[in-house]
Design a protein around this ligand. Structure first.
Ligand code: GTP
Ligand code: MG
Length: 195
């Protein structure tokens, strides 16, 4: 399912450019710089399949990846702060919203939350949207290597409480570090049950 031959299919800038919805998919949503592209690289065992960077707003298209013509892994542009002109950011946001509301084959959205920061208001907006479009989502904590054990517990509690308010949320959180490889097997196993 996560073979090394995972490949880039296409980058989409408008809804009419979406690949045919002929297979199941999961997507990775989250604030700019939260670690979406890095997580896709960790899941697929690639160093740089999805472009990751320290500049928020690196991923500017909806990027589709696939492994041997099975499911798609979908890397989304970040929301919230991005180092890009406002019109550009607004364009990604419209595309992101359209995608999250209108993709029949989308089995689950993984909403990535930085382990240091917890759920912010822009994350709440995305979760509200997923509730409205009835897309099941699951929260993945990222960059767990950057927080101390004690701090992590408090953030986890904040995230659990926030997530519990959303009808479309799958309650179980997944704690990951793409850097250290933590939680990657768990996430792979969850995806395997979905696609
Ligand atoms: P956009 O495409 O801009 O929305 O960002 P993104 O969510 O795809 O984030 P990306 O994967 O590009 O990662 C952003 C930065 O965080 C990069 O410098 C990564 O190296 C770093 N990073 C990502 N995951 C981890 C992690 O698990 N641990 C640590 N320490 N750093 C990470
Ligand atoms: Mg990215």
């Amino acid at each position: 399912l996560f073979a090394a031959q995972t490949e880039f299919v296409k980058g989409v800038v408008a809804m009419d450019g979406m690949p045919p919805d002929d297979r199941l998919e999961v997507c990775f949503a989250g604030r700019s710089n939260v670690g979406k592209s890095s997580l896709i690289n960790a899941l697929t065992g690639h160093k740089a399949l999805a472009r990751a960077s320290n500049t928020p707003g690196r991923t500017q298209e909806i990027n589709f990846f696939t492994a041997s013509d099975s499911h798609y892994l979908v890397d989304l542009p970040g929301y919230g702060y991005a180092k890009a002109p406002i019109q550009t950011v607004e364009k990604w946001q419209r595309l992101l919203k359209a995608y999250l509301s209108g993709r029949a084959t989308l089995r689950r959205a993984f909403v990535l939350i930085d382990s240091r920061h917890g759920v912010k208001s822009v994350d709440e907006e995305i979760m509200d949207r997923l509730d409205k479009s009835a897309v099941t989502f699951q929260v993945v904590l990222t960059k767990a290597d950057k927080v101390k054990e004690v701090e992590r517990a408090a953030i986890l509690e904040q995230v659990r409480t926030a997530v519990a308010k959303h009808p479309a949320a799958y309650p179980e959180l997944i704690v990951t570090s793409s850097e250290k490889g933590w939680g990657i097997d768990v996430l792979r196993a969850v995806i395997a049950t979905l696609v």
